[in-house]
Design a protein around this ligand. Structure first.
Ligand SMILES: NC(=O)c1ccc[n+]([C@@H]2O[C@H](COP(=O)([O-])OP(=O)(O)OC[C@H]3O[C@@H](n4cnc5c(N)ncnc54)[C@H](O)[C@@H]3O)[C@@H](O)[C@H]2O)c1
Ligand SMILES: CC(C)(O)[C@@H](O)C(=O)O
Ligand SMILES: [Mg+2]
Ligand SMILES: [Mg+2]
Length: 335
């Protein structure tokens, strides 16, 4: 069983006299930088001069520098750039400014595990990985709660890496929900599996296919949207709060019997085999190589698929429906 660490078992001692550079101000970057800052820690944000996030981070009350300058100024460097861009920025702007005893931190083990970043031996290397989207890391922190986090130590040059990781996890609010110890390999492989197979990939594919079947069968797109997409959150909320048991308890006997008997015919042995193939491609590095190469040629496949997804009838009707539900019509980063 995993070791779990909670808020009252941690302190800010390891970080209180240090400068933390958060590189990037995207989904995770804005959440980490703002949460750490509001936890009373000394934070700078590292960005490109041309970044549209520069002004936003400053208006959020943060000190912003170029990546080079932030790396020079910092003792602890959290890399929250897109995974496929981290190595180039690391070698050109971060590594030349590293000092012995600094700490290099990741929110996902990809670049260390797949050998894209090979840090010098005299720095700490650890991970603090929230188990949730960055916008929820920020939102829950402001609500006085948090998203559970994982920590892992890859290299402990100073003997303080684990203590630093726990202080950092406390600073972003993760210890409020509990922090679990893992390894870079375990986090990387399970995280990629989760986002491909069920959380992002499997779920979106399930929603789109179910929507398409209802619309092709002649039902109104609005009915199809409510059934296959809108209600997913309401059902998942029950699972999130109380497990499958609470969800089955809350739905009708009809839904429970139909769901339990038909569900396994939809996600079946064939789907399970596809899950094993996805896992193998993660474990043997094939997925990582494909994604790194895709990033090197400026994401032609990703961009085409994003465009096609935007044009999907599910997204068109969903936008109209959500526009009529006031609390669903907010920008994602309006925290
Ligand atoms: N998105 C999530 O919720 C989530 C969850 C857990 C872990 N992670 C991990 O966190 C890390 C960051 O992911 P993200 O989704 O927050 O990224 P993102 O794409 O949302 O944000 C990346 C940020 O980096 C900046 N940036 C891009 N290229 C740059 C460069 N060359 N120099 C300087 N800045 C540059 C962008 O302007 C942006 O501010 C990744 O390792 C990812 O796997 C993300
Ligand atoms: C939020 C997720 C899917 O858990 C994360 O792993 C990511 O890469 O964005
Ligand atoms: Mg994840
Ligand atoms: Mg991930």
């Amino acid at each position: 069983m995993a070791t779990i660490i909670y808020d009252d078992e941690t302190t800010f001692d390891a970080l209180k006299d240090k400068t933390i550079a958060v590189m990037g101000y995207g989904s995770q970057g804005h959440a980490h930088a703002r949460n750490l800052h509001e936890s009373g820690l000394n934070v700078v944000v590292g960005l490109r001069k041309s970044s549209s996030s520069w002004a936003k981070a400053e208006s959020d009350g943060l000190k912003v520098m170029t990546v080079d300058d932030a790396a020079k100024a910092a003792d602890v460097i959290m890399i929250l750039l897109p995974d496929e861009k981290q190595a180039a920025t690391y070698y050109s702007q971060i590594e030349p400014n590293l000092k012995a005893g600094n700490a290099l931190v990741f929110a996902h083990g990809f670049n260390i595990h797949y050998n894209q970043i090979v840090p010098p031996k005299d720095v700490d290397v650890f991970m603090v990985a929230p188990k949730g989207p960055g916008h929820i890391v920020r939102r829950t922190y402001t609500e006085g709660i948090g998203v559970p986090g994982l920590i892992a130590v890859y290299q402990d040059a100073t003997g303080k890496a684990r203590e630093l990781a726990l202080s950092y996890a406390k600073g972003i609010g993760a210890t409020r929900a509990g922090v679990y110890e893992t390894t870079f390999r375990e986090e990387t492989e399970t995280d990629l599996f989760g986002e491909q197979v069920d959380l992002c990939g499997g779920l979106s594919s399930l929603i789109k296919n179910a929507f398409e079947v209802l619309v092709e069968a002649g039902y109104q797109p609005e009915m199809a949207y409510f059934e296959t997409c809108h209600e997913v959150k309401l059902i998942v909320d029950l699972i999130y709060e109380g497990g499958l048991e609470r969800m089955w308890h809350s739905v009708s006997n009809t839904a429970e019997y139909g769901g339990m008997t038909v569900g396994p015919r939809i996600i079946n042995e064939e789907s399970r085999e596809a899950m094993y193939v996805a896992l193998e491609r993660i474990q043997n590095g094939e997925f990582a190589k494909e994604f790194i190469l895709e990033g090197m040629v400026n994401h032609p496949v990703l961009k085409a698929m994003e465009r096609q997804e935007k044009e999907h009838p599910l997204e068109i009707v969903g936008k109209e429906i959500r526009a009529n539900i006031p609390w669903l019509n907010k920008k994602i980063d309006d925290d």
